[in-house]
Design a protein around this ligand. Sequence first.
Ligand code: SF4
Ligand code: SF4
Length: 419
Amino acid sequence: MTDTINVQAAADKFLSVVGRPLATWAEACVKCGLCAEACHFYQATKDPKYTPAYKILPIAKAHKARTGFLGMLGLAPKITEKDLKDWEELIFDTCNMCGRCTLVCPMGIDIASITGATRAAMASAGIGPADLFAAAENSRDRGSPLGLSPEKLEDRLEWLADDNEIELPLDKKGAEVLLTVSSIEMMKYPDSIVSMAKLLNHAGVNWTFSKKGYEATNFGYLSGKSDIAKMMTMRIVEAAEELGVKAVIIPECGHAYGVMRWQAANVIGRPLPFEVWHITEYLAKLKREGKFEFKPYTTPFTYHDPCQISRRGGAAADARYLMEGFMTDFHEMAPTGNSNWCCGGGGGVQAIARSAPIRYQVFKIKTDQVAKAGVETLVSSCANCRLTMDEAKAATKWTGGLDSIVEILASHLITKDDD
Ligand code: SF4
Ligand code: SF4
C-alpha cells in the first residue's frame, strides 16, 4: 500500500464506475454462497472470507451511498479509509479475475469485472500492493513491467537471433502481422519467443516485432491504473496502425489476450483496425491451412487451460486442435476447459509478493488435478501461469514438469532439415 490514501478520490471513482451493470449486480446478489466452492482461494483455505460475493461489498456500499432514501439525503454510510484498507487483500491479492465464480452464480454476477472496477477506484486512492503498482509504473516509464525497454528489446532480439540462427524481424516495413511479447517470456522463457518465430517463419507469415508496441502485458489494467492501461493499449494500437498490419498476435499470456481482444476497443473508444489473435488461435489457423507437420510427442501430459484464454477468451478448442494428431498421450484433467481451476497467479496476483503463500496453497489444487489425470507433465499456453506454477513447484517441491505448448510445437516441427 502507498503512504498517501485519498479517500475522496476513491469515493469519486466508485461513483463514476458504478454504472448500471455494476449497480444491478450489487443489487442482484441473493447471498446464496454458491460462488464460494467455485473459487480456488476458498477451496484452498476453506476460509469464508474468500467467498467471491464479498468482492461485491465495495461497489454495493458505493451504490447505496448515492441511491435510496438515505443515499439521497446523504445519510448512507460513506466509504472510509478503514474500508479501503480492509478491502485491499480481498480485491488485489485474492482475486485473479478468472471468472470461475460467475459460472455457478444463479444471477450471472461478473465478479471479475467488479474486481477490475473496484481496483480502479482503490488505485485512485493510492490503495493497492506497492509491487503491483511498481510493475504498472515500470510499464509506463520503461516500456515493460520488468524493465524491458525498446533498446533492451532490440539487444535481446539480436542476441536470440544470433544464438538460435533465426530471423527475428523488428519494425519490418510491409509486414502483415505484428507479434507482441510478454516480458515474462523475454526475461524468463526466451525459448518461447524463438519458438513463436520459428513457427511463423516456417509457415511463411510476413510478420514483425515493433519497438513502439511490443509489450503485451498490461499492468495498468491489472493494477487499476486506467491511464497506464490506456497508454499500454495505445502503444500496440499505434504500432499496428503505423505498420499497417492486418493482425496483432498476443503471445502465451492470458490477461494480455483478454485486454487486447475484448477490452481494447472500449479503452480507446473506437474499433480496432486489425484482428487480435492469441498465438494458439493463430497457430491453429495455420495448422488448418496445412502449414505444419509435427513429429510425435509421446510424453504423457495434461493441459492447463489459462482462464483468460479458455473460459474468458473462448479459445479452449484451438489448443486441443493444435495438440491433436502428434501429442499422442493427452489426458484431460477434471474439471477442464472452461471450468478449469485458475493457476492462482492471474489478474496480477503473481506480481504481488505477499500473496505467495496463498498461491502455493492454490497450486495444490492443480497438482491434485495432475495426479488424478495420471500424468506428471503439465502443459500450458500462458507464461504467467507457467511462472506462477514454476515458483509454486519450487516452493512446494512438486516433482512434475511444466511446459509450453508453443515450445513443444516448435521443437516437434518437421522442417526441410528433417528430410
Ligand atoms: S473471479 Fe476467480 S479468483 Fe476472483 S472471486 Fe471469482 S473465482 Fe475467485
Ligand atoms: S453465487 Fe452469485 S448470488 Fe450467490 S452469493 Fe455468490 S455472487 Fe451472490
